[in-house]
Write a protein that binds this ligand. Structure first.
Ligand code: ATP
Length: 463
C-alpha cells in the first residue's frame, strides 16, 4: 500500500481533533474485516446481505458498463450513457460502483480525469425516483464552472427518451451567480430530484428553509479536500454534514483526485459522524496519482524571459488546444493599480503569437456571465489557448486540451496535480499530453519537491 507522501505538508482542515491518531488496519466501529486490494481500497468486507442482488437477475451484456450497472441503474439511463459514449467503465467506475450500489458510504480517490463524476451520478440514478417530487440527491461542488459541468452530464443521462411515458428526472443547478429567485419558486412548487449546488447558494436556501434535506438519500461532496481547505466554506460544509442531515438517512460520497492524509480523513469521517462507520475508501492507482499519458517538462529562464520562452514553446509545440496557468495577482500589485498578469499575457500573445487558436481568459475577477461566456467560446472554437488562474485547475473538463503550461509554478504539489489533470482527460486514449513548467533556476528545487511527492519525472527542455 502507498500512503500520501504529502502528509507532512498539509494541515488537517477537516478535523478539530488535536491528537492525531492513525488507524492501521482496523478502523474504530467498523464492521467486518479490513483488507486492501490492488486499488488500495480500505474497507470492511461486505457480507452477502450487504449487496441487494435481487434486482440483478437479467444481464444484458451489450456493454461492460451496462453489465456493471444492470439491476441498479434504470435501463433508459444506461441507454443514454451508451449514446453519450460511456460503454466501458473506467478503473474507478469498476472499483467504486459495486461499493456504491451496496449502499456503503464511500471516499472516491482517483486520478484527475478518471471518471469519478459518472461513478457517483450512476449511483444517484440508481437511488432517486423520478416520480417523487422531493430533493433526493445533493451534489456539492466548489465552483460554478464545475457545477455547470456536472449538471450537464446529469441532464444528459436524465434526458427522457421520446418513446418513454414516464416522468423524467429533474436536475437543478443552484450555483453562485445564478438567479436564485427563480430557484426559490421552483423549490417551493415542485422540488427537483437532484440538486447540484455551490455551498454559498445552498446555505442561503437552507438558512431560509426554502430547501429541505429530510428526503435526501445521497450526498456527494466533490473536490472534498479543496472544500475543507477553503476558510470561507469549511464551516458551512461541516454544518451540512452534521446538522442539516443525518448520516443514517443518507449515503455519503466524497470525491477528489487528492486527499492528503487520506487515512486520517477516513478516520475523522467516522469520528465526526460525517459517514457511517463502514465507509469505504476506494483509492485507485495510488502510486501513480497523475494519468500516465502525461509527459512532464520544464524550461529554466530568467523572470523577464518568461513571455518569450512561452512564445517559443507555443511555436515549437503548436498545440491546437492548451491551457496556460498564471499565478494570481498579489494584493500589493492590485493596490498599485497594475494590470493583472493574465491580462498582460493575453495582450502579449495577441500581438506576438501567430497561431490560429482562439485566445480566451478565465479568472476569479471576471463576473459569472463573463466566465460562462469564456467557456462557451472554448467549446465552440476549433482550438483554444486558455489563459487562466487556478480557478480552471479543478474539475474543468476540456478533453481536447493536449498541453498545459505553468507560466507561474503552482504553489504546491496538489495544485500541480490538478493543473496537470486538465489534460489527459480521454480515459481510453493513448495520446501523449504535455505539462510544461517555465521556472527560474531557484524554482527548480520546488519543482523537484513536487516530483518527489507525486512520483513523476520532469525532463528539462533546452532551447
Ligand atoms: N466510462 C467512460 N467512457 C468514456 N469516457 C468517460 C467515461 N467516464 C468518464 N469519461 C470521460 O472522462 C472525462 C473525465 O471524467 P470526469 O470529469 O468524471 O473525471 P474526474 O475523475 O471527475 O476528474 P477530476 O478529478 O479532474 O474532476 C470526461 O470527459 C468524461 O466524459
Amino acid at each position: 500500500m502507498a500512503f500520501s507522501s504529502a502528509a507532512h505538508l498539509h494541515p488537517l482542515p477537516w478535523t478539530s481533533l488535536t491528537k492525531p491518531h492513525y488507524p492501521s488496519f482496523s478502523l474504530p466501529n467498523c464492521t467486518g474485516s479490513i483488507f486492501c486490494n490492488r486499488t488500495n481500497r480500505i474497507f470492511a468486507s461486505l457480507s452477502s446481505t450487504d449487496v441487494d442482488q435481487s434486482d440483478a437477475v437479467t444481464k444484458d451484456t451489450s456493454s461492460p458498463l451496462r453489465e456493471l450497472c444492470q439491476g441498479y441503474v434504470p435501463d433508459h439511463v444506461l441507454q443514454r450513457a451508451e449514446e453519450v459514449g460511456y460503454r466501458v467503465p473506467t478503473n474507478v467506475q469498476n472499483e467504486a460502483l459495486p461499493v456504491l450500489f451496496s449502499g456503503r458510504d464511500c471516499v472516491i480517490h482517483a486520478q484527475t480525469g478518471s471518471g469519478k463524476t459518472l461513478a457517483y451520478l450512476l449511483l444517484i440514478f440508481s437511488v432517486v425516483q423520478a416520480q417523487r417530487s422531493a430533493v433526493q440527491a445533493l451534489i456539492v461542488v466548489p465552483t460554478r464552472e464545475l457545477g455547470m459541468q456536472v449538471t450537464k452530464v446529469a441532464r444528459l443521462l436524465a434526458a427522457k427518451s421520446p418513446d418513454l411515458e414516464q416522468k423524467s428526472y429533474t436536475v437543478m443547478a443552484l450555483l453562485d451567480g445564478g438567479t436564485l429567485r427563480r430557484h426559490k419558486s421552483w423549490l417551493k412548487v415542485e422540488p427537483p430530484a437532484i440538486v447540484i449546488a455551490t455551498l454559498r447558494s445552498l446555505s442561503q436556501m437552507l438558512d431560509k428553509h426554502i430547501l429541505k434535506l429530510d428526503t435526501m438519500r445521497v450526498l456527494v461532496i466533490d473536490e472534498v479536500d479543496f472544500m475543507f481547505n477553503s476558510s470561507e466554506e469549511v464551516s458551512s460544509l461541516k454544518k451540512l454534514l452534521t446538522i442539516h442531515s443525518s448520516i443514517n438517512n443518507r449515503q455519503t460520497i466524497f470525491a477528489s483526485a487528492s486527499i492528503p492524509q487520506h487515512r486520517r480523513f477516513v478516520y475523522d469521517c467516522i469520528q465526526q459522524k460525517w459517514t457511517k462507520a463502514d465507509v469505504v475508501h476506494v483509492h485507485v492507482n495510488p502510486v501513480n496519482p497523475m494519468p500516465s499519458c502525461l509527459y512532464h517538462r520544464f524550461v529554466i529562464c530568467g523572470k523577464r524571459e518568461r513571455h518569450s520562452t512561452l512564445l517559443h514553446l507555443l511555436q515549437s509545440d503548436a498545440p491546437q488546444s492548451a491551457i496556460i496557468f498564471v499565478g494570481e495577482q498579489s494584493e500589493k500589485s492590485k493596490k498599485a493599480g497594475n494590470s493583472p498578469p493574465t491580462t498582460l499575457l493575453i495582450e502579449f500573445l495577441k500581438t506576438s503569437h501567430k497561431g490560429c487558436s482562439e485566445l480566451v481568459l478565465l479568472e476569479e475577477d471576471m463576473n459569472f456571465n463573463q466566465r460562462a461566456a469564456s467557456l462557451t467560446d472554448i467549446k465552440q472554437s476549433e482550438g483554444y489557448l486558455l489563459v487562466a488562474t487556478d480557478i480552471a485547475a479543478r474539475g474543468v473538463d476540456l478533453p481536447e486540451t493536449t498541453h498545459i503550461y505553468n507560466f507561474d509554478l503552482p504553489k504546491d504539489a496538489v495544485n500541480y496535480l490538478h493543473r496537470a489533470g486538465r489534460t489527459g482527460r480521454k480515459p481510453f486514449s493513448d495520446s501523449k499530453c504535455y505539462v510544461t513548467s517555465i521556472i527560474t533556476a531557484e524554482e527548480r528545487f520546488a519543482l523537484q519537491r513536487f516530483e518527489n511527492e507525486l512520483f513523476f519525472h520532469c525532463q528539462e527542455l533546452l532551447f
